[in-house]
Ligand binder design. Structure first.
Ligand code: EPU
Length: 431
């Protein structure tokens, strides 16, 4: 796309965020729950589905596989009566990581599944070994031919105990989906414990699956003959919530987010409190309020699987740490290449010393408006956070990345008082 036609966010910084907002349903719950529709031949209705590019792409993939759908007002109705196999078109598989989630359901329902190399954010090697070893443990034959994975189980899958080498989120979801219709009992040991896994397991159980232990280290699945349709509401998006809380803090604002799950955000809320943000939540209520008018001070953090600090919030949090007093060390421990926002943050004037996966952020440095490019969903969100704290106008490119994962971050920030608009700029990147 030429620079002249490319959309960007134009932001005038130093506006204090203030107000109330209800957050969207979770991207990373929507994707596995939509993939679950392949396991039944009855219609299902999903509520609180975020209107994001990754959801629209997955629905397109599902339509190639025989699932009709309607998507209006954050509700998706899926009608999977036409599912009889097939493979996502390679270009669509390459458009998002979660395209690979069709593998587990197709394998167990039709005995044959194949998928080209899944895409998504380029934040590390992102191998698929956990998924493939799991399918093999359940009795499938799996081969990779020219970047395409083909899995066969002509006589069906059978339950097994499988220890994941790493608690991969999508790996756990793919195996959970496959095991629901496998013969006998499956135990997934060292499973991912993310809230999105619980959301998926709850949906599957309502469809008639027999799953216990989701949200813990070991998930037990007793295979059933068939699954029915279901109505299911997705959990709130903890990464959107966290991004907005961080944005509020960087502007020294006062924001209340409604319809959220504080229990999904304990590691972020702990860090925000530690640096001096006033975080309030009433027991049993689905609101989080933050106020950040006091002095904020440095902290160290490391990203980890849930319930550790979410890797998806590492980049926005790094942007916030440029505006607190002192030296912070940020250690990215989930993905080996998720620091591409650092060079762009420096263009605003941030003082960040490279340290491989653990850069050192020295704050506070006054930021000034810059023209920058986000290279993945959360890096782009981080640059927006920096621009909110920068003096003058910024232009953030990488809108296409952001729209894969946030339904309307710019609109939400505008609602809270930010000066942000989607613009088409003729500027080329100069700095
Ligand atoms: N890994 C392996 N082998 C595998 C799978 C993963 O070594 O077979 C490694 C990865 O290379 C990485 C680590 O395990 O170093 C974690 O990867 P994981 O599989 O858990 O990530 P994912 O399932 O591909 C999901 C989210 C990501 C989020 C990560 C970690 C979805 C659609 N994506 O990815 O979300 O960062 O879990 O929490 O659920 C985002 O929303 O911006 C995003 C990238």
């Amino acid at each position: 796309m030429s620079a002249a036609a490319e959309p960007c966010f134009r932001i005038n910084g130093l506006r204090r965020l203030d107000g109330l907002l209800r957050v969207n349903g979770a991207k990373n719950a929507a994707l596995p729950c939509l993939a679950a529709s392949l396991l039944s031949d009855q219609p299902s209705r999903l509520r609180r589905v975020p209107n994001i590019e990754d959801v629209r792409r997955l629905l397109e993939i599902l339509s190639f596989l025989g699932v009709e759908s309607d998507f209006h007002d954050n509700e998706v109705v899926v009608r999977p009566s036409g599912v009889c196999g097939g493979s996502p078109p390679d270009a669509l598989a390459a458009a998002l990581r979660a395209s690979f989630l069709v593998m587990g359901p197709l394998l167990v329902r039709t005995g044959l599944a194949s998928c080209g190399t899944p895409g998504g954010d380029v934040i590390g090697a992102r191998p698929l070994d956990v998924h493939l070893a799991g399918f093999r443990a359940l009795g499938a034959e799996v081969e990779s031919v020219g970047g395409r994975t083909i899995a066969r189980a002509p006589h069906g899958l059978r339950g097994a105990t499988f220890v994941l080498d790493y608690p991969s989120v999508l790996g756990t979801e793919n195996l959970l989906l496959a095991a629901t219709l496998a013969r006998g009992r499956t135990r997934l040991v060292n499973a991912a414990m993310e809230p999105e896994i619980i959301c998926l397991a709850e949906m599957l159980n309502r469809m008639g699956a027999s799953i216990s232990g989701a949200g813990g280290h070991t998930i037990t699945i007793d295979g059933v003959e068939r699954l029915t349709g279901v109505e299911h509401e997705l959990i709130p998006d903890r990464i959107e919530t966290g991004s907005l809380l961080i944005a509020a803090a960087v502007t020294r604002g006062q924001v209340c987010l409604q319809g959220v799950r504080p229990d999904h955000l304990e590691s972020l809320l702990g860090k925000l409190s530690e640096i001096g943000v006033d975080v309030s939540q009433k027991p049993g209520q689905l609101d989080i309020a933050v106020e950040a008018d006091a002095r904020l001070t440095a902290t160290n953090l490391q990203s980890l699987p849930f319930p550790g600090f979410a890797t998806d919030l590492q980049a926005p949090m790094t942007a916030l740490l440029t505006q607190v007093e002192g030296t912070s060390v940020v250690h990215e421990r989930v993905f080996e290449n998720r620091m591409q926002h650092l060079d762009e943050l420096r263009k605003f004037g941030a003082n960040i010393i490279a340290g491989g996966a653990a850069p050192v952020v020295i704050g506070p440095t006054p930021l000034t408006g810059a023209v920058v490019r986000g290279t993945d969903i959360r890096a782009t969100a981080a640059l927006i956070v920096a621009a909110l704290a920068a003096d003058g106008e910024s232009r953030i490119y990488g809108v296409d990345h952001l729209s894969r994962g946030y339904a309307d971050l710019a609109g939400q920030l505008q609602h809270l008082g930010a000066d942000i608009e989607l613009a088409r700029s003729a500027d080329t990147l100069t700095n």
